[in-house]
Write a new protein. Structure first.
Length: 324
């Protein structure tokens, strides 16, 4: 099984066996965004997780959470952000669209045509820990695995880091990766998961070291303080909540269907497929058709703690102007 199928099988297994929010393909660095993509992320529920599910099923933008927009009093949208006005406008519209902001009733008339906004609710303490999982089904072709895991451990953006593989794990394999990294042996066909080594809990609340570039006689690094890591952790958690792991379109092919948990499956070849790489004009068996009528969001809602299409928390606020 190629890495995509392994990854989806592991995500499905974790969704069925944990209470975590499961997502895949998320950024795992701070200073150089996009230089490290984590295969799977687990977001453990915090004390106010239920409050988060009631707001929106989508991602809440980080800048909206960090803005000067509060619950009790409305503010002029442009004054609420420390960024370029175009970016502030974009984030305001985004927060309005997902129900985290609301416009003040009669605001434009009351404030000379200016738009004032307030939060519909305070941002909840909804997640506790983050786990990064690197998938490497075949340890015989490790690629840049050691460097990736050393970056994860030295930066400590996540609370735990785990390597998942289908290979038999030897002591030589363990000696080549940081000792803080946990190791799972996972069989994607049976769903059996063996814990070869438990991960060591890292310290996101302390300064981390992000590896930027490594050359024979030189390694470039950046120090990342706890506050910046906390900000990125919240962004990762929000992306995970909004995105989930079924972040693909089902193939537009007559042979395409989906497994019970929503993985794209080809009846012609009898296996889970990667729609972006395996399907389309390059496939010799392709027969263009409508995609399978499978509601991936409904499957996620049914099988995980994520809640699709919540009622939201926006409400008509009466008399709040007296607090301004």
């Amino acid at each position: 099984m190629h890495e995509f199928g392994f990854e989806l099988a592991l995500c499905s297994h974790l969704e069925a066996t944990t209470d975590s929010v499961v997502a895949r393909q998320l950024g795992g660095t701070v200073v150089a965004p996009g230089s490290r993509i984590v295969d799977v992320v687990l977001v453990e529920q915090g004390p106010e997780f239920d409050a988060r599910t009631r707001i929106t099923d989508q991602r809440i933008p980080t800048l909206a959470v960090e803005s000067d927009v509060g619950v009790g009093s409305a503010v002029y949208w442009k004054d609420a952000f420390d960024c370029h006005p175009e970016r502030a406008r974009e984030v305001t519209d985004w927060a309005l669209s997902v129900g985290f902001f609301e416009r003040e009733q009669g605001g434009r008339r009351r404030h000379g045509g200016r738009e004032y906004v307030r939060r519909t609710t305070r941002y909840p303490d909804w997640f506790s820990s983050l786990t990064a999982i690197e998938n490497k089904p075949d340890l015989g072709t490790p690629g840049d695995l050691e460097r990736q895991l050393r970056t994860d451990v030295s930066l400590a953006l996540f609370d735990e880091v785990i390597l998942a593989t289908e290979s038999y794990v030897t002591r030589a394999h363990l000696n080549r990766i940081p000792e803080q990294v946990g190791v799972w042996r996972f069989d994607p066909e049976t769903g059996e998961r063996e814990v070869v080594r438990e991960p060591t809990t890292l310290t996101p609340e302390s300064t981390g070291v992000e590896l930027l570039d490594r050359q024979p006689l030189r390694t470039d690094v950046a120090f990342v303080d706890a506050a910046e890591k906390a900000r990125v952790r919240r962004r990762v958690a929000e992306k995970a909540y909004g995105k989930g792991w079924r972040s693909y379109d089902l193939p537009t092919c007559a042979h395409a269907t989906a497994t019970a948990d929503g993985r794209p499956y080809c009846e012609h070849f009898g296996c889970v497929v990667d729609p972006g790489a395996d399907c389309g004009a390059s496939c010799t068996a392709a027969e263009p058709s409508d995609p399978p009528a499978v509601d991936l969001a409904a499957l996620r809602d049914e099988r995980s703690p994520w809640v699709a299409n919540p009622a939201g928390v926006a409400r008509r606020q009466v008399g709040l102007d007296r607090f301004r």
